[in-house]
Design a protein around this ligand. Sequence first.
Ligand SMILES: [Zn+2]
Length: 283
Amino acid sequence: MMAALATAALAVTACGTSGGRAAAGGPGRTAASARPPASRAVAPAAAAAGGSGPAPASPPPAGPLAGKVIGIDPGHNGRNHDDPAYLARIIWNGRENETCDTTGTQTDAGYTEAAFNFAVATDLRADLLRDGATVVMTRTSNDGVGPCVDRRAQILNAARASVAIDIHADGGPPSGRGFTVLEPVADGPNNAVIASSLRFGADVHAALLAGTSMPVADYYGTDGYIRRDDLAGLNLTTVPKILIECGNMRNATDAALLAAPAFQQRLAAAFTAATVAFLAPAP
Ligand SMILES: [Zn+2]
């Protein structure tokens, strides 16, 4: 949609997850346009051209995530601010009505959460493909609007992902630092994946502390965790899932990290390590 007059009316909102129930990332009930991004599992190019002898069989995907489908939901979208009416659509989040989505937050320098989320998701996708996974994303660019948050959950559910992660960064108080793992609360649709989601959340928490310099949040949650029952992405999930607030974009120290491509790659590597740890066969 074109950026139009209405744009100014919609202030950039905080990420919406740390601020309490009202601002939950915005589910959307619309049967929207978004279509599940194609998972481009790397299919090794077929046999060498023109070779003689028996055609080599396609080697099975190698790597610790071979045969696994991993879901990634990069929160918000880069043009959400252009379509306030779309964001205002009412959707059912599993417990109550809420709006389709928000614009997300941004750093004081204007680096948007939507861009950050998509950059980390892109790095993560590359890492996961390298490890043999099939990856499904809820959006495949940062140049669009939506989909609404309920649709995002549906996309990952339909993909029957082995595990999924919603990637966000927070818009907290400027003095606050750190990451928070947001975990689901049983509400019906997600009942079967609460325990597994908590286990994945612990893996993500440990991997972030081991692999990045981001501390646990000192302004939100407890020791880097919080349970949330008001987010469509967690309420509606039928696959193990957590939402990660990677840091606080309104804090200068966190913002400098979050905006740095090298740090984004470290986040992606940590999420990959957490995914491998979560899906590793029990000893
Ligand atoms: Zn967000």
